[in-house]
Design a protein around this ligand. Structure first.
Ligand SMILES: [Zn+2]
Length: 118
């Protein structure tokens, strides 16, 4: 009984497989290296993303003032401003923007400055 147990020691299980050991080690080392490179690129991307988010928040500070008057947002009014001033929009949309501008100081100023320019 005891003899059987000693034959089943872990050493006997792990002993007879050293040939592929080096290849496996170098492979795992290489994998670790490429993983580190990947981590570095991921970090770079994350840094870029953080910078982008900061920029976006900075430029997007207008977003706080993005009011929704008359069911239309400032960004939409800005996008349609030129067409609005040329009277190219559908009647309902012209009316919507007119109502928005009546309540929104920023867009009013924008339209005034655009109107003055053209
Ligand atoms: Zn507005």
């Amino acid at each position: 009984m005891l003899a059987v147990y000693t034959d089943m020691t872990p050493e006997n299980e792990f002993g007879p497989c050293p040939p592929g050991e080096f290849a496996r080690l170098s492979q795992s080392l290489r994998a670790r290296k490429s993983r580190r490179a990947m981590l570095r690129s991921v970090a770079a991307v994350a840094a870029c993303g953080a910078a982008g988010t900061l920029l976006w928040q900075w430029f997007g500070s207008e977003g706080e003032l993005e009011a929704n008057y008359a069911g239309i947002r400032c960004s939409r009014v800005r996008a349609l401003a030129a067409a609005y001033l040329r009277g190219e929009l559908a009647q309902a949309q012209q009316q919507q923007i007119k109502l928005h501008v009546a309540q929104c100081e920023r867009c009013r100023q924008l339209l005034q400055s655009m109107g003055a320019r053209s």
